[in-house]
Ligand binder design. Structure first.
Ligand code: DAT
Ligand code: MG
Length: 137
């Protein structure tokens, strides 16, 4: 079993589609082992997306992630990291294939509804950024 970190981003929470996204997650065989609705400060979003600090879109990305509540998730499954990336779809919803969450729900490159760890190293940073061990069951 492998764990990965996911976020239902502000654009999706604002549109009341948390449930629709969770249905796709559970239908694909993931177990939700951690779940919380929280609102990040911009500083907390900057810490989370530290790897992108030198990218031109960093400031816009962190402002967006702090503009409203998110749902933070830890998902468990065999091959969870790669399988969650596949279910999310391409970063730009315009490039995402049929059946992916970003194709169905994403609004734009910036407002693409979901986040997922891109590697074991990312998951190891991202999961404890949001959850302690007692919150993962
Ligand atoms: P992903 O979320 O698919 O892992 P990423 O890690 O490259 O993509 O970028 C993080 C987020 O930043 C992404 O979900 C949306 C936003 N983003 C990426 N590239 C962007 C760009 N060129 N302009 C604006 N926002 C961008
Ligand atoms: Mg990424």
């Amino acid at each position: 079993m492998e764990r990965t970190f996911a976020i239902i981003k502000p654009d999706a929470v604002e549109r009341n589609i948390i449930g629709g996204i969770l249905v796709k997650i559970e239908s694909a065989g993931f177990t939700v082992v951690g779940l919380k609705r929280i609102r990040l400060t911009k500083e907390q979003a900057m810490g989370f997306y530290y790897v992108h600090k030198d990218r031109p879109f960093y400031d816009e990305l962190c402002s967006y992630m702090a503009r409203g509540p998110i749902v933070a998730l830890v998902l468990e499954k065999d091959n969870a990291i790669a399988d969650w990336r596949a279910l999310m779809g391409a970063t730009n919803p315009a490039d995402a294939i049929e059946g992916t969450i970003r194709k169905e729900f994403g609004l734009s490159l910036g407002e693409n509804s979901v986040h997922g760890s891109d590697s074991a190293e990312s998951a190891a940073y991202e999961i404890p950024y949001f959850f302690n061990a007692l919150e993962l069951v």
